[in-house]
Design a protein around this ligand. Structure first.
Ligand SMILES: [Ca+2]
Ligand SMILES: [Ca+2]
Ligand SMILES: [Ca+2]
Length: 131
């Protein structure tokens, strides 16, 4: 049995359920995160819904309410991934930095290139990035 790789898990960690995700929970969490992000329930995730999910998730994770995420506020984050996303190197991720980091994965996962993600595209992307 194959599980989505660390990269895919990291890609959607911010829109998945709270707390670190054990590998065996990755697949249910993916569909769960998708359903939560799919605000109008049409089975497609557009860029607006994707960004809205990130914004909601950042607000949830931002324990001290300063509008930015420290590494302590993102327990599931990989330190290397966190450092890469922190473009201005100030040690915290601003909302813009989080969105900028995650949006790449939206387009990476959109295999059909129609600007919306289906759960299948998301799962295939997770498979492709399996390491
Ligand atoms: Ca914060
Ligand atoms: Ca920063
Ligand atoms: Ca698509």
């Amino acid at each position: 049995m194959r599980f989505p790789g660390p990269m895919a898990i990291a890609a959607f960690a911010l829109i998945a359920a709270a707390g670190p995700a054990p590998a065996q929970d990755a697949e249910p969490e993916l569909s769960e995160a998708f359903a939560r992000a799919d605000l109008n329930g049409d089975g497609h995730l557009d860029v607006d819904e994707f960004v809205a999910a990130i914004v909601r998730r950042v607000a949830e994770l931002d324990a001290d309410g300063d509008g930015a995420l420290s590494i302590e506020e993102v327990p599931a984050a990989d330190p290397d991934e966190f450092a890469r996303a922190d473009r201005d190197d100030d040690g915290v991720l601003s909302l813009g930095e989080v969105v900028g980091d995650r949006i790449i994965h939206f387009f990476g996962a959109d295999a059909s290139g129609d600007g919306v993600l289906t759960l299948t595209e998301l799962e295939d992307y997770a498979e492709r990035t399996d390491t």
